[in-house]
Design a protein around this ligand. Sequence first.
Ligand SMILES: Cc1cc2nc3c(=O)[nH]c(=O)nc-3n(C[C@H](O)[C@H](O)[C@H](O)COP(=O)(O)OP(=O)(O)OC[C@H]3O[C@@H](n4cnc5c(N)ncnc54)[C@H](O)[C@@H]3O)c2cc1C
Length: 477
Amino acid sequence: MTATTSWELDREHQDFRASVRSFVDRQVRPVVEESERAGRSPAALLKEMGSAGLLGLAVPEEYGGGGGDTVAMVVLSEELARASGGIAVTALVTGYMATPHIARFGTAQQRARSLPGLVSGEKIAAIAVTEPGTGSDVAGLTTRAAPVQGDGEAAEGFRLDGTKMFITNAGIADVFVVAARTSPDGHRGITTFIVEAGHPGLRLGRPLRKMGWHASDTREVVLAGCVVPGDAVLGTPGRGFHQIMSAFQLERLTLAAMGLGHAGECLRAATGYARDRTVFGAPLLSKQVRSGAIFVDSADKAARFITMCDAFNVPLIFLHDVPGFMVGAAVERQGIIRHSAKMITAMASAEVPKFSVILRKSYAAGYYAMCAPGFGPRASIALPTASIGPMAAEASVNAMYARKIGEIGDPGERDAYIGARLAEQRADINLLRLASELVVDAVVEPAGLRAELIARLAGAENWTRGPQRRHHHISPV
Ligand SMILES: Cc1cc2nc3c(=O)[nH]c(=O)nc-3n(C[C@H](O)[C@H](O)[C@H](O)COP(=O)(O)OP(=O)(O)OC[C@H]3O[C@@H](n4cnc5c(N)ncnc54)[C@H](O)[C@@H]3O)c2cc1C
């Protein structure tokens, strides 16, 4: 596969996503519950992943791998995580966090010995860097690797002593990539080693209890007088820190993509439930107060998100489909006013390129506060079916004719009156929709929306912030 520089996946990566999703649905989802209970991912599943080519994207073809670039690895991570974080991290640690060390820095012998089995899923790898006293600060690790003299014909080697913590796959691994200190020289004194499971002096702790990722096996690994031969050194002595840091790039990407997969799955599950669940004779999603409650929560998160995007120079696209805020006093009191105010402030003060897309309805405060030219979008784009107006028809009728409606005692007469006023209001709003085209920069068919946004974002790509200092009215945390 070739790398893509566009905002969307090319055909090959789309096909790859489809085939991984189908694999996940057929092979992974059915075993998630059992794996969570067992506290580990099934060996058979990892072999199936290997056979499907999912564990070797980072390994050269001559060792049985290949066929994928970094984008493919990100797609794989996202799709695996949709089904199970534990199974995903098990596969990703062996395939994309530990194995790449051997693929990139191993000798021909080390590669030939380990890689084919790791690619096929017959073997599992773990990476042991973290220690009880040091995680992010890799240069601070204390596990020692002291040189030992050869005894008679035995080769020279190293004696490893120290404790590794939170090691994913420890209980199922055949191979460990271990980081240890070969000199006291800070980050320049670290070397990585290949240590095989069962090697004398390597001992596993009990599985650690975690809040999630239950289908992954995470343990302490104790190295006590673990003597390894000189040819266990992986890469260049003293360059372990640099090797780890370069491999971390892929780790970070795959872990971030897992987050996307989890979030996508949560959204799918939550909206699916709200749509399918019937309460009081209608889908949960149609209940105004429920929608309002979701909004209260999301407006607060949106305010933080917008501020972070602004802080990190990420352009904002605001997809707008909110018919105003008037959803009930209770919800408003609970925080709609407070949180939406934060969101509006964040949006108005963000200086990154902003785009608003009006999908369906945009009325009242929803329009004026978040979508209108007032907060300075680079472009306001509307779908042809979008309506923009001062108020939704129902809200206008409620507000303007409340007293009259209250005075009509006969329910039939009242409904007829409301119906007639609604028809008038809707006609007005249609007129307003026509007028609204004056405040949108483009009316785009749904099929062309993606291309339109890509083009507009590309136009904003070289945007740089002016020299002025940032003034955030709200805190991002
Ligand atoms: C489920 C699980 C699986 C894991 N699997 C593995 C594995 O397979 N192999 C392995 O080697 N490790 C593994 N880890 C360890 C993981 O890589 C570490 O937890 C991580 O590196 C953070 O280290 P720490 O936990 O010691 O936190 P710390 O480094 O103590 O960080 C604590 C907090 O301080 C923040 N922080 C740290 N430094 C700074 C700084 N300079 N400035 C500002 N804030 C800072 C961090 O962001 C974090 O929020 C795993 C951890 C977990 C929880």
